[in-house]
Write a protein that binds this ligand. Sequence first.
Ligand code: HEM
Length: 480
Amino acid sequence: DYMLLLLGLSFVLVCIHFLTKSLAATKFGPVNLPPGPRPFPVIGNILELGNKPHQALAELSKSHGPIMSLKLGSITTIVISSPHVAKEALQTHDQALSGRTILDGVRVQDHHKVSMVWLPALAPWRNLRKVCATQMFTAQRLDATQVAAFTTVMNSVSNTFFSIDLAHYQSALSENFKDLVYSVMEEVGRPNIADYFPILRSVDPQGIRKRATTSIGKLLNIFDGIIHERIQTREKTMSKECKDLLDSLLNLAEENSSELSPAVIKHLFLDLFFAGTDTTSSTVEWAMAELLHNPEKLTKAQTELRQLLGKGGLVQEFDINKLPYLQAVMKETLRLHPPAPFLVPHKAETDVEISSYVVPKTAQILVNVWAMGRDSSLWQNPTSFMPERFIESEIDVKGRDFELIPFGAGRRICPGLPLAQRMVHLMLASLLYTFDWKLAHDLKPEDMDMTEKFGLTLHKSEPPLAVPIKQQESQEHLYS
Ligand code: HEM
């Protein structure tokens, strides 16, 4: 009897084992997930992210490989850290992996239902991308007479879009536009428990959605006001003249064939501001910081500019092509300091096989471009700032060279790339051409704090403090 009982018990245990395994394969995801650190119950691997997740995941991928899987709360997350696997994901399986995991903070005023950043890559999204490609980055000239990062970028963007200096714009509620943008970035960039445990969304445990609702609502109202004011002026003057992006979009909205409406346009502006402002200004900020940290490279960039433009010149867009060192500075800055170190996370729309592992449907995909930029098997002296490495090289940031994809690649590649390149090159050129630079408080370049702060974009933890000085007579030799 005893033996029979033991046999029976073993049979039951074996059954349970196979049952849980098959359940794991069907309900909880396929068994052939990429390798990764063992998750804790409930929280998964959240604690391993720390406050610099891009660095923590780069370190983990050294032991688990270029494609690994983790659990962030209840979200299966796949982390990609090599150009080869990134190419499989963003080129070979571009369509299947082109979804988005929507952050709870942007589910405000149904933004995610009309937003180019958050829509799945289907027809409405395609329409918005087409509008941007054809309307947004056409011949609007940017001039480089203004200096300084965030405010200038915001004004460059807002002038290109609707001919207004938004950084100084006071809304009807007398609230500063710039402060509103900051507060949304802070809320949406804050780690949100509801994103790790979607079951908690309705509770909004940290109040992030509540606060984002207020500030995003105010920003949308500001855009609404600008759009309707323009509609009225156009009606009054009976003009369809296209002086900026807003005019082009309103013209399109009036054509029946387009799915644009003033309501969609205001959400588009919201996206363009959030995707375009902080990313661009942090690139300029890092480029200046690296140049101040490496004064001989700063002089090299200034010499190139001053030799090209002579004295009393003005940097203009068509000069950029003639400034290979400046272009190399931008690439080198984006290699070391990509503003979006994981791109904008993608989502698998179906099960996909990559490098003989399965990326399960609905998994979130992070491409760690920060890790790839510092991989010693891809770059010599990876942590040194050496723009020279790009002088003789064909490598570009446009999504074809997978070792350097700070703008992403494939169908979700940043649509603002041409505008971002123009703004960064022009702002840097004008800062370097017009002034000489000295670190504040007589700080020595080698004593600069170059640490990063992880947030919605990857910033310098302390902004570089430098003093612009009028060019010295002694610098005359720089002009040829
Ligand atoms: C998306 C980088 C500037 C608009 C993205 C993505 C990255 C990126 C990595 C995600 C790509 C992906 O999902 O795989 C950058 C960098 C910039 C910059 C490094 C500056 C240096 C801009 C500017 C604009 C812009 C100036 C527009 C004014 C967008 C939009 C998306 C996007 C709308 C979402 C596209 C979509 O989901 O289909 N950007 N960006 N970006 N970017 Fe940029």
